[in-house]
Design a protein around this ligand. Structure first.
Ligand code: GDP
Ligand code: MN
Length: 392
């Protein structure tokens, strides 16, 4: 799960990591009031920052440094309601509904620091680079030697030689190295305690007055551990998630929207993944990942089918079910009920196997629905290819 930058900075503050002071607002007037307060209490500049669950805002015009209250209000006016398109939002962009009004920092250098899980090494990895700021992806692609990775054994914790390596990678010496020492420890503790999958500070800046400050913050959390963090779970922002994914979440369906045009309905995550492979083997692309789960009932199937079909990109459907706890007749009833309500006329290939498969097939046949039966994986894939021919 993702949270907004202003929320991530509250978590950082709780762990005593240095962040600029700031507050969130949803209105231009609010931005004016907050900016006024900043200037009244010694700020030389304020930054107006779009709050969306995506990076790359700076280059898209979503981050503005302002020297006066009027400038801050004008920036807020411009950014609020705007649809920001960045490399991380996808082409449809994300609408800005919230702003962070923050005290501006005088930047000497922009660095990069993040912690994520290195699954191959089964350890958290701290990644550091002195070339931080807005194009770290480019640095990684063109100058990978400028990026230092330190893998930390969670049982041993962060060790002195590793901290020295990180300080060296970031070019921090003297008092800044001391601040680095504290910050790495704090962020590592945050990563572990909060069950994060990502802590990313880009940029981490050295200010003109010699302070290390987290100027941007991105935190991702492991969904499977959210039950331990009710306060974080409460920060879920449905505005930031794909509408169909939010809808699917309501019915306990595992749905992830993808870019292709074959709507897939499958039970079980493993089968869902191999089904997506299957679709791609015949040169097609899945429109979604959809695992209805092992114990789906007819209502869940209906909802899953409706959600899958409400994606306008879907031009054909592949249903691949292994009936275990979910019986094939229950699945068939769900599909028939949903198809009748939705007036379905897309090509559809269904492969059923397992408990009550004959009853399931009979229900489908008797329904008068237009569909093709795949006898097995390979057959289903080939039939899918055939029915999708000429569909784009
Ligand atoms: P992102 O583009 O979505 O990653 O947004 P960031 O929060 O990283 O901001 C983008 C860029 O704006 C940073 O790399 C800085 O160069 C600049 N920026 C952000 N805050 C300040 C600030 O307080 N002072 C100055 N001078 N620049 C800032
Ligand atoms: Mn950033």
């Amino acid at each position: 799960m993702n949270i907004h930058e202003f929320q991530a900075k509250q978590v950082l503050t709780h762990f005593e990591a240095p962040v600029p002071r700031g507050s969130m607002t949803e209105t231009v007037e609010g931005a004016g009031i907050l900016a006024q307060k900043m200037f009244d209490t010694g700020a030389a500049a304020v930054v107006v920052k779009a709050q969306i669950h995506a990076g790359g805002r700076g280059k898209a015009g979503g981050v503005k440094l302002c020297k006066s209250v009027d400038e801050a209000k004008a920036a807020a006016q411009e950014i609020l309601g705007k649809v920001l398109v960045t490399p991380q939002t996808g082409p449809e962009g994300k609408k800005v509904r919230k702003l962070l009004i923050e005290e501006g920092s005088a930047i000497e250098r922009e660095l990069y620091l993040s912690i994520t899980l290195d699954r191959a090494a089964s350890m958290p990895a701290i990644i550091a680079s002195a070339s931080g700021g807005m194009s770290i992806e480019e640095v990684a692609a063109t100058n990978p030697e400028k990026i230092t990775t330190v893998r930390v054994d969670p049982l041993l914790g962060l060790r002195d030689f590793q901290i020295k390596r990180l300080n060296a990678a970031l070019g921090l010496t003297g008092d800044l190295a001391k601040q680095g020492y504290n910050l790495f420890g704090v962020l590592f503790q945050l990563f572990l305690e909060m069950d994060c999958t990502l802590v990313e500070i880009n940029p981490l800046v050295v200010t003109k007055d010699g302070k290390l400050v987290c100027l941007d913050a991105k935190l991702n959390f492991d969904d499977n551990a959210l039950y331990r963090h009710a306060d974080i779970a409460a920060l879920r922002d449905p505005d930031e998630e794909a509408p169909l994914e939010v809808e699917a979440h309501k019915y306990n369906l595992n749905y992830i929207k993808l870019d292709g045009n074959v709507g897939c309905m499958v039970n079980g995550a493993g089968l869902a993944m191999s089904t997506m492979d299957l679709v791609q083997t015949v040169g097609l692309m899945p429109a979604n990942f959809l695992d209805v789960g092992g114990g789906a009932n007819q209502e869940m199937i209906e909802n899953a089918f409706r959600i899958l079909l409400s994606d306008p990109k879907v031009k054909g459907v592949l249903i691949n079910i292994f009936g275990g706890i979910l019986r094939c007749d229950v699945l068939a009833q769900g599909i028939v009920a949903a198809s009748q309500k939705l007036d379905l006329h897309l090509p559809m290939v269904i492969r059923l196997e397992g408990t009550n498969v004959d009853q399931g097939k009979k229900i489908l046949h008797d329904s008068g629905l237009n569909f093709t039966v795949g006898e097995n994986f390979k057959d289903a894939a080939e039939k899918l290819k055939a029915v999708m021919k000429g569909v784009n």
